[in-house]
Write a protein that binds this ligand. Structure first.
Ligand code: SAH
Length: 494
């Protein structure tokens, strides 16, 4: 099994700098022994214009078997022959990834004592992997590498070139090209994504793999649209590890989000603009925006309820759906909105069309109006109505109440809405104005409480209230949240 890394250069920045970066001199062929075989590094070409390093791994199939890890695909794992005759020696897999990290560890870390300025510099790179097992096919290969800035060429490899009628194998020939990545980034992408595509690790995945994943994923994994799939496959689908990794990635993201303005907008309405609209902005919170605090409060309440199958009613542009997807506790997430426009934006945000199969199975977006009963909404653990009720005309609200609490009847319902009393605290909000042009009403804490208790009583729910955002001693919090819990017998029967 092998891969090649080619840099192109100029007289000022010769491609042979690759040798410094890899800590391997282009004139020498070097050999390293690893636990599963021998790795060779050699340079088929090395000029100022083009320099190619090849990593070739000779897998010792017998050593693999002795270590009990010779389970390549191509036969029942225990079949005597399949232990020795399998794809491991040829296919780029977790073995190659391990070899990469063993042989190019300094390059992966971006260290170069001889030329300290080099590692941070992006360089024109081309990576070729002639036989890559790709579970999920060419589409997944593209979905994994393209968001990272690679131009991807994937060609299916025929089962047997002599017999085209046999069709394609599950291997692809992969070529990656980029001008804007550093070598360290490139190697860390390969280190994580080759085994993800192979989806069969040759060793038992233990908890320090989470650290390895986060280290190798630094700077790119927290924002990768397929991070759920990557994390889960990298960790051999071990659920507890995957959850740990996803939680830690979320923390990284939150820390980064503090610096970005994207989340600072409260309650942007889909109809307005595709980008989060500026004029809809509630005045900014200093550190974490109210929208983020609201999402956190909702997630916490959902966790406390133990819900796994969740409806996001009036999901808008899908921010909450996205957050729910990142949390493995939620096995089914359905976003519903009356606005097709909002759903289109949501679907783009979630990259539904490029989502890995497993992710795609967890999420659905549906168009529907909450003012009508809808059988598709029955039987869920929880429903969220985040900043939705105030968008309905008051006379339509009873219809929504019946559709949600009377017909769909999830075990838990979370409703958030602005607390109008807090509006005096928004410096930029003129007296008497509501926070958003499309709000048909905004309630005081008392009004919200009265409504919620009436709805709960009528439909057999209990209700509790939680402030969201800074709870001002005089005017209360900016957002109020009610948690409804089904109390009637049907819940016990269910
Ligand atoms: N829940 C999101 C969006 C709130 S904006 C958030 O918290 O950010 C309100 C959303 O409710 C809009 O996307 C709007 O299209 C939707 N909506 C309004 N009336 C609706 C109705 N009758 N049925 C379904 N969705 C509705």
């Amino acid at each position: 099994m092998f891969l090649t890394i080619t840099a192109t250069g100029t007289p000022e920045r010769p491609a042979t700098d690759l040798g410094y970066l890899l800590h391997k001199h282009p004139d020498n062929a070097q050999t390293f022994s690893t636990s599963y075989g021998t790795a060779h590094v050699l340079y088929p070409e090395a000029s100022a214009e083009r320099c190619t390093a090849a990593l070739l791994l000779e897998v010792d199939a017998v050593a693999l078997v002795r270590r009990g890890k010779g389970k390549g695909r191509g036969g029942a794992p225990d079949a005597a022959l399949a232990q020795y005759v399998n794809d491991r020696p040829y296919a780029a897999s977790s073995l190659l990834a391990v070899a990469l990290s063993a042989v190019f560890s300094s390059a992966m870390k971006g260290q170069c004592n001889a030329r300290p300025e080099l590692p941070a510099r992006p360089l024109p790179l081309r990576v070729e992997v002639p036989a890559l097992p790709a579970r999920g096919g060419a589409d997944l290969v593209r979905a994994l590498f393209e968001p990272l800035g690679w131009t991807v060429t994937v060609e299916a490899v025929a089962l047997d070139a002599e017999f085209p009628e046999w069709g394609d194998s599950r291997y692809v020939r992969l070529v990656l090209e980029s001008e804007r990545l550093t070598l360290s980034e490139a190697l860390r992408h390969l280190y994580v994504l080759l085994p993800v595509l192979d989806d069969a690790k040759h060793y038992w995945v233990s908890s320090d793999e989470v650290d390895k994943l986060l280290r190798a994923g630094d700077g790119w994994l927290p924002d990768h649209p397929e991070q759920q799939l990557i994390t889960s496959r990298y960790l051999s689908r071990r659920w507890s590890l995957t959850r740990e990794a996803m939680e830690r990635l979320e923390l990284v993201r939150l820390a980064e989000a503090d610096d970005s303005a994207v989340e600072e907008i409260d309650n942007a309405v889909a109809e307005e603009t595709e980008a989060d609209s500026e004029d809809a902005a509630e005045p900014e919170e200093k550190s974490v925006s109210l929208a983020v605090q609201r999402r956190d409060a909702i997630l916490a309440a959902l966790h406390a309820s133990g819900a796994a199958r969740v409806l996001d009613l009036g999901c808008g542009q899908g921010q909450l759906v996205q957050a729910l997807l990142k949390d493995m506790r939620f096995t089914e997430i359905v976003g519903v909105d009356v606005s097709m426009r909002a759903l289109t934006v949501a679907s783009r945000r979630l990259k539904l069309d490029r989502m890995g199969e497993r992710q795609a199975e967890r999420v659905k977006l549906m168009q529907g109006s909450l003012a009508y009963t809808d059988n598709r909404l029955k039987g869920y653990d929880a429903a969220v109505l985040s900043e939705v009720i105030e968008h309905l005309d008051l006379p339509r609200l009873p219809a929504l109440e019946y559709a949600v609490f009377g017909s769909a009847r999830p075990k838990t319902v979370l409703v958030t809405t602005p607390n109008v009393e807090y509006n005096v605290r928004w410096e930029t909000l003129q007296a008497g104005h509501s926070r958003h042009g499309d709000h048909r009403f905004e309630w005081t804490r008392e009004e919200f409480r009265a409504w919620a208790e009436r709805v709960a009583g009528r439909h057999g729910y209990g209700v509790e209230f939680t402030p969201v955002g800074p709870d001002d001693p005089e005017v209360g919090p900016p957002t109020q949240m009610a948690t409804f819990t089904l109390t009637t017998k049907e819940e016990k029967a269910a």
